[in-house]
Design a binder for this molecule. Structure first.
Ligand SMILES: NC(=O)c1ccc[n+]([C@@H]2O[C@H](COP(=O)([O-])OP(=O)(O)OC[C@H]3O[C@@H](n4cnc5c(N)ncnc54)[C@H](O)[C@@H]3O)[C@@H](O)[C@H]2O)c1
Length: 443
């Protein structure tokens, strides 16, 4: 029985097929698709996915109600997912997965035919925005507006071809060069005019986001590009009652940072410096070797500490932090990134201490379950008529989009509480505040 948590939302059932449209068919996308197919065939577990493995506590601790999230909410079932992608490199999902080198043959060979059936659509791609890539499988149109119209046609065609009832689009393509919001991004009219006159302020990722929203498809951005984080597209999403969100999947080093930094702050330990460096050798690493793409990533990775530590409020502890992030392209490591953090903290009376983190991670193994959860939650959000920025999904992003005037919440566990409380609210369940006084002060 739901307790006094409000009425909940009417959520349309997850009937039929959910079409997942991926921009980019590289390491992350192929690891996600191949992973879902392995899970569907019962040959692997969806480890890292909150929607598939997570539970949610309802009511009091003494109630012992903790259903699986996927049983509590009407999420799309994995067997009902269909996939397509765009990429300027024409490799099918099998070839792309082999080249990415993330998954072992025992996860690829048994599903080779399935993966070979996923061939990318020609991309809306422009080398000016991703300098280290040379894409040949691309759309040609005289204006950006026409490119966007071709993307819209792709969406309609996929819907028909796959028989999908609903669609979601996720940007899992390369990181574009750094852009800041300008006049072309302020209103839909300005944005459309800018597309018509091929204004450089309109990056390819924005064309996909625009096309998705015009076709009533929710859009999530897994890279740090500006993309849907501009007033024109935010307003479009609100007007059309569509969920949007981003930016940049929160996977390895930043996930650890947003766990450790809140711990220091919770205990009022000071921070003198945080040096983060990475070596990785996948295509993402190669793209990020370009200073302009790296700048986009750097901004995304640097932002978190400032917001978590609030140096204005704690100048003695966090007023003088040296924070540096480096990404070094090192081919021998492939997708198996190594992220080192050297953290200089100080405690009682100012005595210094050091923490070293050496995370030997696998980038796409960490990202794939995030793509799955975002696809399922964005679809749920649309069926629950949640529109505009989905801040409750900040849990998954390095630089969460927020409503104008709000600072982003980066602490992983606050983000998790927000996510789970949103799920409770959707179903009319009581919010969990962790007060717990009722267990001690009995009337
Ligand atoms: N793996 C992680 O842990 C992680 C974390 C956060 C963000 N990301 C981001 O996710 C994205 C994908 O990462 P990846 O490792 O799969 O990279 P990848 O290089 O293997 O794949 C990206 C693909 O996008 C394609 N692409 C580039 N521009 C495109 C366009 N305009 N339209 C369609 N396709 C385009 C490329 O050809 C490439 O195949 C990157 O931007 C990366 O920074 C990854």
């Amino acid at each position: 029985m739901p307790q006094q948590g409000g009425a909940g939302r009417d959520i349309a059932p997850a009937k039929g097929t959910l079409g997942v449209m991926l921009v980019g068919l590289g390491a992350v996308s192929t690891t996600f698709i191949a992973g879902v197919e392995n899970v569907r065939r019962g040959t692997a577990l969806p480890i890292g996915s909150l929607t598939q493995m997570g539970t949610i506590r309802l009511g009091k601790r003494t109630d012992h109600r903790a259903p699986k999230i996927k049983e509590f909410l009407p999420l799309a079932d994995l067997k009902d997912l269909a996939f397509t992608a765009w990429d300027p490199i024409p490799d099918d999902a099998y070839t792309a997965a082999r080249k990415a080198g993330v998954l072992e043959p025992h996860h690829l060979e048994p599903i080779a035919d399935f993966l070979k059936g996923i061939t990318p659509l020609p991309a809306a791609f422009d080398r000016n925005y991703v300098k280290r890539l040379n894409g040949t499988h691309v759309k040609n149109a005289p204006t950006k507006r026409e490119l966007a119209e071709e993307l819209r046609q792709d969406i309609r065609d996929f819907k028909q071809r796959s028989g999908a009832d609903r669609l979601v689009m996720i940007w899992a393509a390369s990181t574009e060069v750094f852009l800041t919001p300008g006049p072309a991004h302020q209103s839909l009219a300005a944005f459309e005019r800018a597309m018509e006159c091929n204004d450089p302020a309109i990056a390819p990722s924005m064309l996909y986001a625009y096309a998705a929203l015009m076709e009533n498809v929710p859009f999530a951005n897994g890279a740090p590009n500006l993309t849907v984080d501009i007033p024109a597209l935010e307003r479009l999403a609100e007007e059309r009652r569509l969920p949007i969100g981003g930016k940049d999947f929160k996977t390895g080093q930043t996930m650890m940072k947003t766990v450790l930094a809140p711990a220091f702050k919770a205990r009022m330990l000071g921070l003198a410096g945080w040096y983060s460096t990475n070596i990785l050798g996948n295509r993402d690493g190669e793209v990020l070797d370009d200073p302009e793409s790296f700048k986009t990533k750097e901004e995304s990775k640097l932002g978190v500490l400032e917001y978590i530590l609030q140096p204005d409020q704690y100048p003695e502890l966090y007023g003088n932090v040296f924070h540096k992030v480096r990404i070094n392209y090192y081919p021998p490591r492939g997708d198996n990134k190594e992220g080192w953090d050297n953290i200089d903290i100080f405690g009682w009376l100012g005595y210094p201490m050091q923490i070293k983190v050496d995370f030997l991670c696998r980038d796409s193994i960490l990202a794939a379950p995030i793509v799955l959860d975002l696809a399922l939650y964005f679809d749920l959000a649309q069926r629950a008529r949640l529109s505009g920025i989905q801040e409750w999904l900040s849990f998954y992003f390095k630089s969460p989009q927020t409503a104008p005037g709000l600072y982003p919440e980066h602490d992983l566990f606050i983000q998790q509480t927000k996510l789970k409380n949103t799920l409770r609210w959707l179903k009319g369940e009581e919010q969990i505040t962790h007060l717990g006084i009722e267990y001690y002060e009995k009337a």
